[in-house]
Ligand binder design. Structure first.
Ligand SMILES: Nc1ncnc2c1ncn2[C@@H]1O[C@H](COP(=O)(O)OP(=O)(O)OP(=O)(O)O)[C@@H](O)[C@H]1O
Length: 779
């Protein structure tokens, strides 16, 4: 019998909403299950609340959620049935909740979504438009519901709501099956042939794993059906029965396998729980074995092979009246292109409210970029479930949480640093650069993050700033560092800038990451010590006053070397702003030092790697800031230069201002000094302004030392290329590997099945499939 149905019109907002959901979410169809499970959980939570005052309501049956797939005959269509034993709905509530009430925020949401050209999967979850997502996969949805027996409603009746995805009305009727549910709600999605993909238990289980593994603390079951074939024993043949002699000889008959018809299919049904564990973050850290944390990380990372370097499990109260629990992980590996790929909106914080996943998109720059590799799960106790992304961002808890997570991340790093040097070495290797950037970006946490950094130095291969300060020498007020991007620390240790410090026993940090030098500049001061780039002016040992003898010696040397200094200043004035006698060197003859506010060679290199650096006026200015030539009076080479200047009487010529005819010795000296300065530039990490002239000078020097004439020319005969080819290339003509390799005039590509050797090497380097993994067409 057709039940007598009452037809209702959908509220106009709801009609708009439904069609918006259906039309804008077609690429996020799988949200339907998450929404239904979230609603089921809410219904069970409400029941639990009611049960606090009315014990009776919980009496009938377990509070749980079940999911079942039923196939129609033929297997191409069927139903997904989601049932909960929660609070249920009366006939009125069915009409109101599912069809006529426009909830608060709906209008606002509609406006936004329609203006923005559609709603995305997250927006919809946050707005609590969940139920309508059923229509993404089902053209017809039936909701049967039965509230629990209470004193207010002693004789509840089961009603069914039915609606199609397109109609502007829905029906509600008394369920002709009677009160079959006991209590709660049953949602039946009629799945059509086009959407048959959802009729797969394993697909649904996959969805639960993805979105709803922790959707509810109530048990959640899915119906699994196992079909087994049981052979039916063949009917006993009369011959075999009758004649025992035949048993031995008729081998053929015995070996015959039973035919199709001789199997019976048996379907075993089993409810399998899909959430058998309490979510790990809700438990006391004392009760969670390490292995479970590692397992949970795999789930969070959605990668069964994922490993973590460490985690923090914490709870708290933000002071905004919201308490939360959270787990934060540091991955042990990042995709190779991780730092290139992240732009904004990194989605590394999963926000749950009472175990229900809300969003992993808390907006751009919710977590600072330098912490974007963390994987965080936060479960808040009390946050409105149906808040929009926009309101989330202005939510007090959410903004307080941001600060908490940064603090907790810093704590986690510092705990790992103290606990396990082996692990921390890994952490530093993977995240050292990120931490440096963090230090650069966050004024508030600058010093805390600086403490997390580790460096190589002339004393240790893994040291911290705190250790550096501990190991300082008496009177030392500076933290010395030598920076050179991409250089080996052992090479940095041999730089002329480091030699004296090292010889005297001072520790120098050897920095080779791009972020190192700017980071040291930004740090400026650590525990009362200044950071000092040893390649810049301003270096102080701190015990200068004690060495009166050394000071006196330098003063005397200044007088003795004055003629050389004057001459060098005059000769080098286009490249060098000052020539200074130094005692910072031990064996090197000279070095190039920039003013403390100028760019070091390292910094100039970093900056020139930026796009469009050469057109940047700031770049030009900084690059051309004064460079000082510091010369070492104790170097035999410098002594030799001084002698030469005195011999040739060059200093005096200048004083008289007379135009003196320059002898070949002067020209030669001038060339030698230019080579010395250029070479010093390179040694000090700068580039030579004009490499061609530099090389010509070196060649002249070499010729002189070999006694080869400076003017002799090479006798190379150059054969010009043939004229421009007139014939068009025949692209279809098969080519021959040898021609191609020897750059034959007609080589045009690789023959089938062959890889250009460099290409296969490149593919290997990129970590892609080996030779043959790329279609040759692409070549
Ligand atoms: N399984 C259910 N049991 C009882 N009531 C339900 C169930 N599913 C939906 N409802 C009722 O229907 C209303 C509308 O559900 P819908 O999913 O559209 O939004 P919501 O549940 O309010 O939002 P959210 O899904 O974000 O919590 C719910 O507020 C609830 O009152």
């Amino acid at each position: 019998d057709e039940p007598t149905a009452q037809t209702y019109k959908y509220e106009s907002d709801i009609t708009r909403l439904r069609s918006l959901v259906i039309h804008s979410l077609y690429s996020h169809k799988d949200v339907f299950l998450r929404e239904l499970l979230s609603n089921a959980n809410d219904a069970l939570e409400k029941l639990r609340l009611t049960a606090l005052t009315d014990r009776e309501v919980m009496k009938s049956g377990e509070a749980n959620v079940t999911i079942e797939v039923r196939l129609d005959e033929g297997g191409k269509t069927g139903q997904i049935v989601v049932r909960d034993t929660g609070i249920g709905m009366t006939k009125d509530e069915l009409a109101r909740n599912l069809g006529t009430i426009a909830r608060s925020g709906t209008n606002e949401f509609l406006k936004k979504a329609e203006e923005g050209g559609g709603a995305d999967g997250n927006l919809i979850g946050q707005f609590g438009l969940g139920f309508y997502s059923c229509f993404l996969v089902a053209p017809t949805v039936r909701v049967s519901s039965l509230p629990p027996t209470t004193s207010a409603n002693p004789n509840p009746e089961q009603h069914t709501f039915v609606s199609t995805s397109s109609g502007d009305s829905f029906d509600i009727y008394l369920d002709p099956r009677g009160n079959t549910l006991g209590r709660g709600t049953e949602i039946v999605l009629e799945i059509s042939e086009e959407e048959a993909e959802w009729l797969s238990v394993s697909r649904l289980k996959g969805l639960i794993d993805k979105h709803s593994q922790f959707a509810t603390t109530f048990p959640m079951y899915i119906m699994e059906r196992k079909t087994t074939k049981i052979p039916i024993p063949p009917p006993q043949s009369p011959e075999a029965d009758g004649d025992p002699d035949e048993l031995n000889d008729d081998v053929d008959k015995d070996e015959q396998t039973p035919k199709e018809e001789e199997f019976e299919t048996k379907v075993e049904e089993e409810w399998v729980q899909v959430n058998d564990k309490a979510p790990i973050w809700m438990r006391d850290p004392k009760d969670v074995p390490e292995d479970e944390y590692r397992q949970f990380y795999k789930a969070v990372a959605k990668d069964q092979s994922a490993e973590t370097l460490g985690w923090a499990h914490f709870k708290g109260d933000t002071g905004a009246g919201v308490s939360y629990r959270a787990i934060m992980y540091i991955p042990s590996k990042l995709p190779t292109d991780f730092w290139q790929k992240i732009t904004s909106g990194i989605n590394n914080v999963r926000l749950m409210v009472k175990r229900v996943f809300i969003t992993d998109d808390l907006g751009e720059e919710y977590m600072p970029r330098w912490l974007s590799f963390l994987k965080v799960t936060v479960d808040a106790d009390d946050l409105p479930l149906n808040v929009s992304r926009e309101t989330l961002q202005t939510n007090k808890f959410i903004s307080q949480l941001q600060r908490i997570l940064i603090r907790k991340a810093i704590d986690l790093f510092s705990r790992l640093a103290g606990e396990d040097p082996t692990v921390y070495k890994e952490v530093s290797k993977l995240y050292g650069n990120a931490l440096r950037i963090g230090m650069l970006e966050s004024k508030k946490d600058k010093v805390k993050i600086a403490k997390l950094l580790r460096f190589e130095s002339t004393r240790s291969d893994f040291t911290s700033l705190e250790e550096y300060v501990e190991n300082r020498k008496e009177g030392q007020k500076q933290i010395y560092f030598m920076a050179g991007v991409g250089e080996q620390p052992k090479d940095l240790a041999r730089s002329p800038f480091v030699e004296k410090l090292k010889a005297r026993g001072y520790e120098v940090l050897l920095l080779n990451l791009p972020s190192d030098e700017p980071m040291m500049g930004a740090l400026d001061n650590f525990m009362g010590m200044k950071t000092q780039d040893v390649s810049k002016k301003g270096l102080k040992y701190g015990d200068e006053d004690e060495d009166e003898a050394e000071k006196k010696e330098l003063e005397a040397q200044k007088i003795a070397f004055a003629p050389l200094i004057e001459w060098l200043k005059k000769e080098l004035k286009s490249d060098i702003s000052d020539v200074i006698l130094t005692n910072r060197l031990v064996t090197s003859p000279c070095t190039i030092v920039v003013d403390s506010y100028g760019w070091s060679a390292n910094m100039a290199k970093i900056m020139s790697a930026q796009a469009d650096a050469e057109n940047d006026p700031m770049f030009k200015m900084m690059k051309n800031l004064p460079k000082n030539l510091e010369i070492n009076p104790k170097s035999p080479l410098i002594e030799g230069l001084l002698e030469k200047i005195l011999d040739l009487d060059l200093a005096r010529d200048e004083e008289e201002g007379a135009e003196v005819e320059e002898g070949p010795e002067v020209v030669e000296l001038r060339e030698t000094v230019k080579v010395l300065v250029d070479t010093t530039l390179v040694r000090s990490g700068f580039t030579v302004a004009d490499p061609t002239t530099y090389f010509e000078r070196v060649e002249a020097l070499l010729r002189r030392s070999l006694g080869v004439s400076l003017s002799a020319q090479g006798q190379a005969k150059v054969r010009p290329a043939p004229p421009t080819a007139a014939e068009p290339l025949d692209e279809t003509e098969p080519t021959n590997l040898e021609d191609f390799m020897s750059f034959g005039d007609d080589a045009e590509g690789m023959p089938d099945g062959q890889d250009f050797p460099e290409w296969s090497q490149m593919k290997k380097n990129m970590g892609g499939g080996g030779a043959g993994a790329v279609e040759h067409d692409e070549l």
